[in-house]
Ligand binder design. Structure first.
Ligand code: UT7
Length: 319
């Protein structure tokens, strides 16, 4: 028993917001600085009342339509998010209600920017165990709601969005291999170190990051995870048609491709138009590349995540 992606969808809220627009809104930055350091030119920002489950709903409906699958036929819903609508219930349960699905197993996965790769791996294991047949796996984030808009070192980097896939039981792969890792010793280099206690926010409720430490960590573990995944599947990295790493910074993508000896034209890049959308970035990039006709049926893809925790991982699949 294997699992296979049968439908993909995504959603970006509102119009694209250009780097210059951020400078016009009073942030001490420039298009030149953001574009040259990160490759980011645009991002999409959700309205104040717009939540991760709202974005997830649009992406999920597209993925279900692409799979020709009714919401009622889904028996597993996993939402990867670090910006849930509520402390509880889970965003997966809220999405389930919005989709009109009843009875499916539903829960969130919290692995920050590795969230989608974690969630897809968990869903694959559920399906391969035989306990579930049809999963909806979503990455959805509204990071704009947890940014300190007076901190130019972080607020220009992130955007909002959602991506979703339908993953179904199949007698051929599908997902060939996956690997997940974490090292909590590095929790402080990327975190939102706050919480709510007795109705009061304690600590700091905004995203904080040591950008250079994150950069170095990301380049190292993305290349290692991809190599490990190829070893598990017993395939050569040269058989990969498309590499889709987490979209945080185009320089990280270039360095990862260099380390893996994969030409840059095999790397899907969407960070220029989406910014860093955390758990949504990989399925957003995947959906765009499929809809643009770049990724085609029968091709081999490596998906990769890296983010707060620290967490990282990779999934190798034939589409
Ligand atoms: O999902 C994973 C999450 N994050 C990442 O993957 C991010 C990884 N890290 C990075 O992408 C890069 O480290 C950054 C893009 C965040 C920063 O680039 P950098 O080349 O490491 O810049 P820096 O932090 O060393 O800052 C250089 C200068 C500083 O000025 P001084 O001290 O040299 O005068 C900053 O104050 O750039 C300044 N700066 C800015 N200037 C204009 C920082 N942010 C901005 C800004 N606009 N938005």
């Amino acid at each position: 028993m294997y699992s296979q992606i049968t439908g993909i969808g995504s959603y970006l809220p509102g119009p694209p917001v250009a780097n210059d627009e951020l400078a016009r809104r009073g942030i001490d930055t420039s298009d030149e600085w953001i574009a040259s350091r990160t490759g980011i030119r645009f991002r999409h920002l959700a309205e104040n009342g717009e939540t991760s489950s709202d974005l997830a709903l649009h992406a999920s409906r597209q993925a279900l339509a692409a799979a020709g699958c009714a919401a009622s036929a889904i028996d597993l819903i996993i939402v990867a998010t670090s910006t849930p609508d509520f402390i509880f219930p889970s965003t997966a349960c809220l999405l389930q209600a919005k989709l009109g699905n009843q009875g499916a197993t539903a829960f969130d996965v919290q692995a920050v920017c590795s969230g989608f790769v974690y969630a897809l791996t968990v869903a694959d294991k559920f399906i391969r165990s035989g306990s579930h047949r049809r999963a909806l796996v979503v990455g959805a984030e509204v990071f704009s709601h947890i940014l300190d808009w007076s901190d130019r070192t972080t607020c220009v980097l992130f955007g909002d969005g959602a991506g979703a896939v339908v993953l179904e039981a199949s007698d051929k792969p599908g997902i060939l291999a996956s690997t997940l890792h974490a090292d909590g010793a590095h929790h402080a280099i990327l975190s939102v170190p706050g919480s709510v206690c007795k109705g009061v926010v304690t600590g700091d409720p905004f995203l904080r990051m040591d950008g250079q430490a994150v950069f170095k960590f990301a380049v190292r573990v993305l290349a290692e995870a991809a190599d490990e995944c190829c070893r598990i599947a017993a395939v050569s990295p040269s058989t990969i048609d498309w590499l889709i790493p987490h979209q945080a910074n185009v320089r990280i993508l270039e360095a990862t491709a260099r380390k893996m000896r994969i030409p840059l034209d095999k790397v899907v890049i969407s960070v220029d138009r989406h910014g860093n959308t955390s758990a949504a970035s990989v399925p957003l990039a995947l959906d765009e590349a499929v809809r643009a006709g770049r990724i085609r049926s029968g091709q081999r893809i490596m998906l990769e995540g890296v983010g707060g925790g620290f967490t990282w991982g990779a999934v190798l699949l034939d589409i």
